[in-house]
Design a protein around this ligand. Structure first.
Ligand code: GDP
Ligand code: MG
Length: 708
């Protein structure tokens, strides 16, 4: 069958109109305003829609069919503004300027109009063909807001369409408007956002010198470029520098800036921002906009955010919260810890009193109770730490913390987003490694994973508390403990910079952190999350730590010789041999053979360091008998005596603490890194480099501590 001439004509005609009926639409809007929801709804895609700091990386493209038109949608990363400060902002700007979409669809969260319209005013400066979707319209209705969208649309000279992208409401009207704009059927109006006398004068004078440049007109509207130049936008500066009359432009700019700053008594950037917000407020008033009182969910979020992400208050507040977290962990955890401690020693007393002499009794008292008992007492501290972390995650504060830390993280070669897994690392490194999945840049993700082991996980707490409690006076204990966490963070920072600079190259894709609304987490949710972690801890006790304690005990018990005392027995046993074999490696760090054994056993899990030392020093009363116990009869001063007999000093305690903090995280973390990085190479690298770093820093600390 061959098509007749007429039919061929018809097919070609249709192909031509089809090509012509292809509309490029760029989705621009604040984070979390619903862009991806529309994208998915209209193009049938399944991109991640997130309330929890979800991200849109680079541009996702999809096609929606509408009444014979092909609407080509590009989902851009969310931005609050079009300045040149963040990669996302520059990216969006570049997309609009260079890809010149037929229509810009500005998605606006109508439940948060004022803030969202800020971006709209910047888009208006760019003189684009655009339409605003007043999304989340259901939220505003629920709250009883009064929005005269037609009036507002007229005031801004941008058509406004109420939508609910979650359900698809208003999408047809929106697409119809897009087609009308594209076909030129909609009367095109245009307004200038009025920035007030002085700024407008500056814009005018700059626009005059920019206007007769073909280069400018091809890329920017002169007005937009003029505003950006006044703002000292680095990108605009770079562009203007290449223009033939660059000198003129910059001298006019500098004059205008001087005038504006003198007259308005503020820096020009703030002046322009204030002017834009003033304009928005005016327009909203004019349209008789009013926020309803029916349900005021978002308002609270915005109020809290105002304080928490504040330029000056945000960071100190964050530090205060972290400090509080550790302070409560250590101080409040003390009391239940003492109760568990006395329960453990009561059980120990009962078993040694009522069990028949023999290896079984030794195994129960020295192995199981000495080992598991040494670690289980820290359950309260770990629960408290997890309660804090759960609260930060569930309430939405973690996302803000990441937001606050973004600048600092950039200095580390990372993004604010890496911060959430890093904080989670204080709890346990394993889920933290998995949480790096939310970081969409592979490079950032890999770096984050590799430095995560330096975040001191809660499994390291038992050994800290044991050693710090043993070797340092009460008033120094909390500061030293905090110092350990800080050392971990510093080492992580340094390593991150080194890795970013030398090892893990590559470009970063821009992405944005989104701030979900605050929800006050229910006590039940916090309790459940905390308990889930606590259960894991207890399972570890009954599993790997119990087994390790028994193995360590057995290696210390055999070959058995009844004539030796407990101390001599352990030294002559297999474990003594192992500990002494590796002594040359650890000698420079000031460890004794028992510490060495703890370190080796800790490869399985870091709690085992504490349980091992618990086993090695339990049932070993020979010292307590002939040594005079100085500080009352606390168990720590006894332990201290024993450890000092073994050649431990305060300096070697410090170096031991640092080594435990930094060396090989644990088998589970390395396995997680292998899975997430999908490479044995990076997993092996992590194992080796963390241990090397640990050795070097512990060595330095030991020698410095010995001098002072
Ligand atoms: P994006 O960051 O702009 O891509 O926003 P998303 O599409 O990821 O949406 C953010 C959140 O808002 C998601 O939880 C959506 O389910 C929700 N959402 C999107 N549109 C609406 C809407 O019209 N009304 C309501 N109530 N929620 C919406
Ligand atoms: Mg999105």
């Amino acid at each position: 069958y061959t098509a007749t001439y007429d039919e061929q004509e018809d097919i070609m005609q249709r192909a031509a109109t089809k090509r012509q009926r292809h509309i490029n639409v760029a989705l621009v809007g604040n984070p979390n305003c619903g862009k991806t929801s529309l994208f998915n709804y209209a193009s049938g895609a399944n991109e991640r829609v997130g309330n929890y700091s979800g991200v849109t990386v680079s541009a996702k493209e999809g096609i929606a069919e509408f009444e014979g038109y092909e609407i080509h949608l590009v989902d851009l990363p969310g931005t609050y503004s079009l300045s040149a400060y963040s990669p996302e902002e520059l990216y969006v700007r570049k997309q609009i300027i260079e890809k010149t979409p037929d229509v810009v669809l500005n998605v606006v969260d109508a439940s948060n109009l004022e803030r969202n319209l800020y971006l709209t005013t910047q888009l208006i400066d760019m003189h684009l063909r655009m339409v605003c979707a007043l999304n989340m319209y259901d939220e505003t209705e629920r709250r009883g807001d009064n929005i005269d969208h037609e009036k507002l649309g007229k005031l801004l000279a941008v058509p406004m369409v109420p939508t609910v992208f979650k359900t698809g409401r208003g999408v047809t009207a929106l697409f119809r408007t897009i087609v009308e704009i594209y076909e030129g059927r909609l009367k095109e109006g245009h307004i200038h956002v009025n920035h007030g006398q002085y700024i407008e004068q500056g814009i005018d004078s700059l626009r005059d010198v920019l206007r007769n440049n073909d280069d400018v007109r091809r890329r920017y509207t002169p007005r937009f470029l003029a505003i950006k130049l006044l703002e000292h936008d680095s990108n605009a500066d770079d562009f203007a520098r290449k223009l033939p009359n660059a000198d003129d432009i910059f001298s006019i700019r500098d004059n205008a800036v001087k005038t504006i700053e003198r007259e308005l008594r503020t820096d020009v950037e703030t002046a322009i921002m204030d002017a834009k917000y003033g304009f928005i407020n005016g327009a909203l008033q004019e349209a008789e906009f009013g926020i309803g009182k029916d349900e005021d969910t978002y308002k609270i979020t915005h109020l809290i955010d105002h304080v928490i992400t504040h330029r000056y208050i945000g960071f100190p507040l964050f530090i205060l919260i972290i400090y509080l977290m550790f302070y409560v962990t250590f101080s409040l955890g003390q009391y239940p810890m003492e109760w568990i401690e006395s329960a453990v020693s009561w059980i120990g007393g009962m078993t040694s009193a009522y069990m028949a002499e023999g290896p079984l009794k030794d195994m129960i008292t020295d192995g199981v109770i000495g080992g598991v008992g040494a670690v289980i007492v820290f359950l309260p501290q770990i629960l408290i730490l997890y309660a804090f972390i759960s609260f930060m995650e569930d309430s939405g504060y973690m996302a803000r913390a990441a937001f606050i830390m973004d600048k600092i993280m950039h200095k580390m070669g990372l993004h604010g987003k890496s911060f959430i897994p890093l904080i989670m690392g204080f709890g346990c490194n394993v889920p933290a490694v998995m949480a790096t999945r939310t970081i969409e840049s592979r490079r950032s993700r890999l770096i984050t994973m590799l430095i995560l082991p330096f975040m001191s996980c809660s499994a390291r707490l038992p050994i800290y508390i044991m050693i710090v409690g043993t070797f340092f006076a009460t008033q120094y204990q909390t500061p030293i403990m905090l110092l350990l966490y800080i050392i971990g963070i510093i080492v992580a920072t340094l390593m991150s910079r080194i890795l970013a600079a030398f090892l893990i190259k590559g470009d970063d894709i821009p992405f944005v952190m989104e701030l979900p609304p605050y929800r006050f987490p229910t006590l039940k949710a916090i309790a459940r999350h905390t308990w889930e972690k606590g259960k894991q801890y207890l399972k570890k006790m009954g599993g790997i730590i119990l087994v390790a304690s028994i193995i360590v005990w057995a290696l210390g018990y055999f070959p058995h010789n009844d004539r030796l005392n407990a101390q001599q027995q352990k030294e002559a046993s297999y474990i003594g041999m192992i500990g002494k074999t590796v002594q040359p490696v650890f000698e420079p760090l000031g460890f004794n053979w028992k510490m060495n054994v703890g370190i080796i056993a800790g490869i399985g899990a870091k709690e085992i360091v504490a349980s091992t030392i618990g086993v090695l020093y339990s049932g070993d009363d020979s010292f307590a008998d002939d040594e005079k116990v100085v500080e009352g009869d606390s168990k720590y001063s006894m332990l201290r005596n024993k450890m000092e007999q073994d050649g431990m000093t305060q300096s070697s305690a410090i170096s031991f603490l640092i080594f435990v903090l930094l060396y090989f995280p644990c088998v589970a973390t390395i396995a997680a890194i292998k899975n997430e990085a999908d490479s044995w190479g990076w997993a092996a690298f992590t194992a080796v480099y963390t241990t090397t770093v640990a050795w070097i820093i512990a060595f330095a600390a030991y020698n410095i501590a010995r001098l002072v």
